[in-house]
Design a protein around this ligand. Structure first.
Ligand SMILES: Nc1ncnc2c1ncn2[C@@H]1O[C@H](COP(=O)(O)OP(=O)(O)O)[C@@H](O)[C@H]1O
Ligand SMILES: [Mg+2]
Length: 303
C-alpha cells in the first residue's frame, strides 16, 4: 500500500511529435511542502496539469492518497485543490459570493466549509467586499480559499506568487507553510526562483528539459557543491557514483565532476578508494545556491 499523499511514477507527455515530459517520478508525504523548481519551459506546468487532471499523461502513473487517477479519477481528484493559473473570479461579486457560487456547484460543501476556508486564508474582514476592490494578493487568497473548500489533502500551486508584491509574497508563503504544519495539508508548489523554494519547502525536485535532475531535502541542496575528483579510472569512478550514491557524475577534462552534498563527500571518497581507485586529487568549487541551480540546469535548450 502506497502511503504517500502524491505519488508520481515515471510519467511522460507527448504533444504532437514532441516529448515534453520524459519520465518524471517523485513522491510527497503528508504535511510536506514540496518544491518543483526549474527554468521557464522546463515542464513544470505540464506536469502539474497532469497531476490535477487537466491533461492526461501519455504514459506512467499518478496516485493521490492511493487512488490512481486513471483507475479512480473522481476519488483521486476529491483529494486535490489547485491554483494552476490566476484564479478566475467574478470581479463584481463579493469574495463571499464567489466562494458560495463555487460551493453551490458541488453538493458536499457546507456553509461551515466556506467560513473555515475564509478563516484559513485570513480574509474574514474583507470577504463582504467586491473582488474588484481587492489587491492581487487578496485575489490569490480567494483562489486559495476556493482550492481549500472541499478540504483537500493535497494542494497544487503553479508559480503562485508570480505578480505579487514582496509583502504579498511573504504573506502567501507564510500561509502555505501554516496550512502544511497546522492542517497537515501537503503542498506541491512550482517556481523558477530558488529563493522562493528555499523559503517555503522542505524537499525539492529540480526539473530541466522534461526530466528531474535532482531530488532532495532543501537543506542538503543548500549544502551541496560541485566537486571534482582526479582518479586513475574515470569510467569506474562514474559507475561507483551512480550505483552507490545515485549521483550522475560527468567526465570532463580528465576528471570526474558531480554536484553532491558536502556531508556525502567523505563517504564518496572512501568508496572510490575502497573500490581500488587511486584518488589523486579532490576539490570542491564553492558555489552559491543560484550557481548550483544554474549548473544543474545549464544547456537548457530554448525550443
Ligand atoms: N500544448 C502544447 N503544445 C506544444 N508544446 C507545448 C504545449 N504546452 C507546453 N509546451 C511546451 O512544453 C515545454 C514545457 O512547458 P511548461 O510545462 O509550460 O513549462 P514551465 O511551466 O516549466 O515553464 C515548453 O517547451 C512548452 O513550449
Ligand atoms: Mg509554467
Amino acid at each position: 500500500m502506497d502511503n504517500h499523499v502524491l505519488s508520481v511514477n515515471n510519467i511522460t507527455k507527448r504533444i504532437g511529435k514532441k516529448e515534453i515530459i520524459k519520465g518524471i517520478s517523485f513522491r510527497i508525504d503528508k504535511g510536506e511542502v514540496f518544491g518543483f523548481l526549474g527554468p521557464n519551459g522546463a515542464g513544470k506546468s505540464t506536469t502539474l496539469r497532469m497531476i490535477v487532471g487537466l491533461l492526461r499523461p501519455t504514459s506512467g502513473n499518478i496516485a493521490i492518497c492511493g487512488h490512481s487517477i486513471t483507475k479512480n479519477f473522481i476519488k483521486a481528484m476529491s483529494n486535490v485543490g489547485c491554483i494552476i493559473e490566476e484564479p478566475d473570479l467574478y470581479n463584481y461579486a463579493t469574495g463571499m459570493k464567489n466562494l458560495e457560487m463555487l460551493g453551490y456547484m458541488s453538493k458536499n460543501i457546507s456553509r461551515k466549509d466556506i467560513m473555515d476556508a475564509v478563516e484559513l486564508v485570513g480574509m474574514e474582514k474583507r470577504i463582504g467586499d467586491k473582488v474588484s476592490t481587492y489587491s492581487r494578493g487578496m485575489k490569490q487568497r480567494i483562489g486559495l480559499a476556493q482550492a481549500l473548500l472541499h478540504n483537500p489533502k493535497l494542494l497544487v500551486l503553479d508559480e503562485p506568487t508570480n505578480g505579487l508584491d514582496p509583502q504579498g509574497i511573504f504573506e502567501f508563503r507564510e500561509m502555505v507553510k501554516d496550512l502544511a504544519s497546522e492542517k497537515n495539508i501537503s503542498v506541491l508548489v512550482s517556481s523558477h526562483l530558488i529563493s522562493e523554494i528555499q523559503l517555503m519547502c522542505s524537499k525539492v525536485s529540480i526539473i530541466k528539459d522534461g526530466l528531474v535532475v535532482k531530488t532532495g531535502a532543501v537543506n542538503d541542496l543548500v549544502s551541496s557543491s560541485e566537486v571534482y575528483w582526479v582518479v586513475d579510472n574515470l569510467e569506474k569512478g562514474k559507475l561507483i557514483m551512480k550505483e552507490r550514491f545515485k549521483v550522475n557524475a560527468k567526465i570532463i577534462n580528465n576528471r570526474l565532476e558531480a554536484v553532491i552534498g558536502l556531508n556525502q563527500l567523505e563517504m564518496v571518497n572512501a568508496s572510490l578508494v575502497n573500490e581500488g581507485l587511486k584518488l589523486k586529487y579532490v576539490n570542491s568549487k564553492s558555489k552559491t545556491l543560484e550557481e548550483l541551480f544554474l549548473s544543474l540546469t545549464e544547456n537548457q535548450k530554448i525550443t
